[in-house]
Design a protein around this ligand. Sequence first.
Ligand SMILES: [Zn+2]
Length: 89
Amino acid sequence: MSKGHGLSPGYRAGDNWITCQRCGFERRASQIAEEWNGLEVCKDTCFETRHPQDFLRVKEERITPARTGYQVDLDASAVDINGDPIGLA
Ligand SMILES: [Zn+2]
């Protein structure tokens, strides 16, 4: 079966032939619709809506605990095992 529209399908002003970008059949421009991804496909058979999961919004996950009990001393740069500063002679 040919995917074309035949030799003499008849002229319709402003209703040109477009090849469906999914099935490859030639359809009139009035029977073609543009999908969300930009493909021009058959309006009645090939058209697919965008999947709802594409619009899913999830809450950002926080993987660190809010409190750890660990305190960082920002004043001391480095200390030895006795708590004395290292590198200050
Ligand atoms: Zn099609």
